[in-house]
Design a protein around this ligand. Structure first.
Ligand SMILES: [Fe+2]
Length: 475
């Protein structure tokens, strides 16, 4: 298989992202809604751009091994929230979708509809598939089923366990957001189950899930944000010596903290620009809406309701909602508030780049009365300035990922991933080192954090902007 030209990667990633989001949006909105139409337009635009940039038609998207791949290259970011697409493919024995340069918007819509309809599952049986596609007017999308590729070994390929656990978190959250949007019951037991799975994974390999979180920038319904908040909260809560039962409660509350956003209109939720006063008033309803949604459930931990309701409250009373009587949020709520803002500041949004953890801590400490000081200080101590999973560039040119804390705050343990020329280092070599300590006659020093796209503006300007718009972090 040929390697994907590097300049094409962002376009391929955008196309696969849109495919994942289109499936979600079509679940919630009629085909003619602006959101679905925007998705379809973007898919077509991406396809045209990919072929114009020299990619030979058709574009073959593999759905195997629990990941989306193109030309064998894993689309890690889009795969993280593609649990539904991958499950649909698995249930229908689909291993590859091919889109040729003539594909049209209506055809894409009919195909996504056919793929996601439970009643049409039989259409993907090999004996009827060609007829089902042509009777739906689908001529420029080809579906390859398991066993139709010579030497196909996809049935035996197992997914990456960290990817599976991350997808499970994203998937359960996505489904709960859809259920809340429709006014249906949430699946809170399932949410607790995937949190338990994630906890077990973090116990064995603490940095894996956080490393994947750095790739997740789809953020349908702010799913990526909530998963990252849950992982941060679990990491910090684990360091308090909390019992497993308490950790499950923390993780589930953190995962569901923004469930109220499922009832905020998506044109406000995903507006590419500053919200006006009226839009802010609607956005600021999400803690109350979240608490209401959770209160409607049969079995719910009151602390999860508290986290949804209180995660924008501040000790200095500048947050929201403003309670009518003096009110002390629970420890979980205070922790979720710290994780929520830290995650928002250190991740990429359509309107901003990512801050480094140090910049985020500066901003958070400057906001007097913005956070519970004990939780903020403890969080800072546990997460550190090089959080687990952070991608780094070394002075000598290698790329690495933080796998554990080291002897000092500025000396994390890292795994070297790429050599100075950007080539993967052989898996057999021992690539775990402590920054600043001698290893095989060399000392590695950190040049910069590469997780997230760094903004081009100067750091002072970013910090000032963040302080002057304190409501922004939660969008
Ligand atoms: Fe929020």
């Amino acid at each position: 298989m040929s390697e994907v030209n590097e300049s094409l990667t962002p376009m391929l990633k955008s196309f696969t992202n849109e495919l994942v989001v289109a499936l979600i949006n079509l679940d919630l909105h009629p085909p003619q809604s602006p959101l679905v139409q925007d998705n379809l337009n973007q898919l077509i635009w991406d396809l045209r751009a990919i072929f114009s940039a020299g990619f030979a038609s058709p574009l073959c998207v593999q759905l195997i091994g629990g990941q989306i791949r193109i030309e064998g290259e894993s689309m890690v970011g889009p795969s993280l929230q593609a649990g539904r697409l991958l499950q649909l493919a698995k249930d229908r024995d689909i291993v590859e979708l091919s889109f040729d340069r003539e594909v049209q918007k209506g055809e894409l819509l009919r195909f996504i509809d056919l793929l996601s309809s439970d009643n049409e599952k039989e259409a993907f049986h090999p004996s009827v598939l060609p007829r089902a596609l042509s009777s739906n007017g689908i001529e420029h999308i080809t579906v390859t089923l398991r066993g139709q590729i010579p030497g196909d070994s996809s049935s035996s390929s197992h997914g990456d366990p960290a990817m599976q656990d991350y997808q499970a978190l994203a998937d359960v959250l996505q489904e709960n957001h859809v259920a809340a949007f429709r006014g249906e019951n949430l699946e809170l037991d399932r949410a607790a189950g995937v949190v338990e799975q994630a906890l077990a994974h973090m116990g064995e390999s603490p940095s894996d899930l956080m490393a994947l979180a750095n790739y997740d920038d789809i953020d349908s319904f702010t799913v990526g944000h909530s998963v990252r908040v849950a992982l941060l909260a679990l990491q910090v809560a684990s360091a308090t010596g909390a019992t497993e039962d308490e950790l499950l409660r923390v993780g589930t509350a953190a995962l569901m903290h923004d469930i109220g956003k499922s009832r905020i209109p998506q044109e406000i939720l995903f507006k590419q620009g500053p919200l006006d006063q009226d839009e802010w008033a609607i956005m600021m309803e999400h803690p109350r809406l979240g608490a209401e949604i959770l209160l409607e459930q049969d079995k719910i931990d009151p602390r999860a309701i508290g986290a949804a309701f209180c995660h924008h409250m501040t000790p200095g009373d500048r947050g929201y909602p403003q309670p009518a009587l003096p009110f002390e949020p629970s420890g979980i709520s205070k922790l979720v508030r710290v994780c929520d803002v830290f995650e928002a500041l250190t991740s990429v949004r359509p309107y901003k780049g990512a801050m480094t953890p140090v910049e985020a801590f500066v901003v958070m400490h400057r906001e007097e009365g913005g956070f519970d000081p004990d939780w903020l200080n403890f969080f800072e101590q546990i997460i550190g300035i090089y959080p687990l999973g952070t991608r780094l560039k070394m002075e000598s040119g290698e790329e690495a990922v933080v796998t554990a804390h080291g002897p000092t705050i500025s000396q994390p343990q890292v795994r070297l991933l790429l050599d100075p020329q950007g080539k993967p280092l052989p898996a057999s070599a021992d690539q775990i080192i402590i920054v600043g300590e001698e290893a095989e006659g060399r000392k590695f020093c950190i040049k910069e954090i590469t997780s997230g796209q760094r903004p081009e503006t100067d750091e002072e300007a970013i910090i000032d902007q963040a302080i002057s718009t304190p409501q922004h972090p939660c969008i």
